[in-house]
Write a protein that binds this ligand. Structure first.
Ligand SMILES: *Cc1c(COP(=O)(O)O)cnc(C)c1O
Length: 390
């Protein structure tokens, strides 16, 4: 019997090594990886530059604590603010922690504005993590059930509905922020309409609310721009990153700008591991390789190959509702629950995921090649066709 707590329904496979977007299991079977560890392995597996940078840093210094100066953290903050147009960065170790920092920032900001019970508007079908505050912000009863009492201070509205935000904000004088994903990943690959995002930006400005973008899944170049909000040409007040930021080494980041920047002072927030030398070196190298290898353009072009290819291959197939996404965050919605497809794909040597019960989710590495894109289309569309006709 396993002594690991039973929190995951794991598939019966263990991997021994990988190269690029190919993984090999402990029996020697190889797989095409279209999930990249849930948007974590930005550069695929075993990228030589990342391996070299991590190895060299490990041989020098893994961790010194935030009690001391950390030049790597300074450099990473410089790089992230340059790429995002944000102003300052708090480093932590995961997506939920990045969102915790964002939620604390919003409350802190509210109190400074004289709001004693600050509230944050959040979205239906959102996912922000599994800590108590972030599961309370999450728009899924499944994630919350059994963990009540929830953290107070969240008000929920439908996604992509500007009027709903306007109405709630008009009634509730405690609102200090709006928090959303640019693409709802766990919720089924729902992309925020750029017009909606521009409207939200304006509404937040008019009311002095913070606009918080959770880019834990869709950020780090996945949409073909460094940040998802750049697709709509807006600037949020707070943005969070994690998953793909360090190419597989745990890290999280909460970026702030304008009225959200410079709010925290020593004693307001912290993290033992946050932004240590190993993690920040891995992130700096990941960002460098994304730039050097032109992976934003690759995400755009290979994403289009995959989406167009799937749309064409599945256009006449009954049971396929639609293909959507942007760059390399892609969903294929079916008209029925399709969790079984994950196992069928695994048996066929293909790593995919299903979310929101009926949406096949693809999150390939940013260096997924055009050929791998076409291979994925061919193998996955055949699997979906046979699944739907059985
Ligand atoms: C995965 C995810 C999180 C949570 O990240 P963890 O590292 O698992 O805590 C938060 N927000 C979004 C949008 C995510 O996709």
């Amino acid at each position: 019997m396993s002594h690991v707590m039973n929190t995951y329904a794991r598939l019966p496979v263990a991997f021994s090594h990988g190269k690029g977007s190919r993984l090999t299991d402990t029996e020697g079977k190889t797989y095409l990886d279209a999930l990249s560890g849930i948007a974590v392995n930005t550069l695929g597996h075993n990228h030589p530059a990342l391996v070299a940078a991590i190895s060299a840093q490990a041989a020098r210094l893994l961790h010194s604590s935030n009690i001391y100066q950390m030049p790597q953290q300074e450099r990473l903050a410089d790089k992230l603010t340059e790429l995002s147009g944000m102003e300052d960065v708090f480093f932590c170790n995961s997506g939920c922690e990045a969102n915790e920092a964002a939620i604390k920032l919003a409350r802190f900001y509210g109190h400074q504005q004289g709001v004693d019970n600050p509230a944050i508007i959040v979205m239906e079908h959102s996912f922000h993590g599994r800590t108590l505050a972030t599961l309370s912000a999450t728009g899924s009863r499944k994630v919350q059930a059994g963990f009540e009492p929830l953290v107070a201070g969240f008000v929920r509205v439908p996604f992509n509905d500007l009027e709903a935000v306007r109405v709630i904000g008009g009634h509730n004088k405690n609102v200090v922020a709006v928090m959303l994903e640019i693409v709802q990943g766990e919720g089924g690959i729902h992309v925020a309409d750029p017009e909606y995002l521009r409207g939200l930006r304006k509404l937040c400005d008019e009311n002095a609310w913070l606009l918080i973008c959770d880019e834990v899944q869709c950020g780090m170049g996945r949409m073909g721009t460094w940040f998802g909000f750049q697709q709509a040409g807006i600037h949020p007040d707070v943005a969070t990153l994690a998953k793909g930021l360090a190419g597989g080494v745990p890290i999280g980041a909460c970026l702030a700008a304008g009225k959200a920047a410079g709010l925290f002072h020593p004693g307001n927030h912290g993290s033992t591991f946050g932004g240590n030398q190993l993690a920040t070196t891995a992130a700096l190298t990941t960002l460098e390789v994304v730039e050097k290898e032109n992976l934003l353009d690759n995400a755009t072009s290979v994403g289009k190959i995959i989406r167009d290819g799937l749309a064409q291959a599945l256009s006449e197939v009954p049971g396929v509702v639609g293909v959507r996404g942007q760059g390399l965050i892609i969903g294929i919605e079916l008209d029925r629950p399709c969790g079984d497809l994950v196992r069928l794909a695994l048996d066929a040597g293909l790593l995919i995921n299903v979310t929101a019960e009926r949406v096949v989710r693809l999150l390939p590495s940013l260096n997924f090649s055009a050929d791998e894109g076409r291979e994925l289309v061919e193998r996955l569309s055949a699997l979906i066709r046979s699944f739907l006709s059985s």
